[in-house]
Design a protein around this ligand. Sequence first.
Ligand SMILES: [Zn+2]
Length: 261
Amino acid sequence: MAGLAEVTGDVLVATHAFCISTTTVVIGAEGGCLVVDPGVTPAELSDLAAALASRRLHAVAGFATHPHWDHVLWSRSLGDDVPRFATAACVAASAAGRDRDLAEALVEAPETDGDRFARLAALPRDGVVVPWRGPRVDVVEHRAHARGHAALVVGGAGVLVAGDLCSDVEVPLLDLDAADPLGDYHHALDLLDSLAGDVRYVVPGHGHVGDGAELRRRLAADRRYLDELAAGRGDDDPRLTQGWLVRDHRAQRAALSKTIR
Ligand SMILES: [Zn+2]
């Protein structure tokens, strides 16, 4: 079982085998938890439910940082009456791509629970905090990586839950369907940079938890990668260690070379 590692007294993180995905658990009132990006395979999801139960915790709310298939899964073991929030733009994108995304999930994780896949509830239009009984969790919405992407800030704990940004194991992956993928990504990094002074820990959706200094290092590494990419380079980024990531890097370099020149 992956288990839950304590980042702060209120924030726990589980790390899964699939793409070093992480789940962030924020502990709220009476053992109720906010579960962010709950894991990928059915085994990971049921391990997470067991790890919560062993600490006398249970999910009372979920949150999907963005609409990609590996962030919108759920399992009966986590509870069927649990609202699973996301930004309104994320919910819309997820609904539009549901069939394609579920097909992708079924390739990677054949036992995926299709009934509970991407059943997301939109935050209120002015949703700047997650509506739940627990520590204040601010929603920082932006347009990098995917439509409706949101980072979360667990204020009291000083934890930034970054979704698919600020990874130590993946280069920035752009949303190539957006009108200005590079501009969107720079804007999001600026947004996270403006919060960095209060961040003690950063939890990326894929990779390893870092401290405040590590967040600044990752923001700098991501900016360097974006600049290299804009110049038609970036092949030397030390994070390009896996075949699929190298392919995605080459694809975005090629796509940008068509739009920039
Ligand atoms: Zn993603």
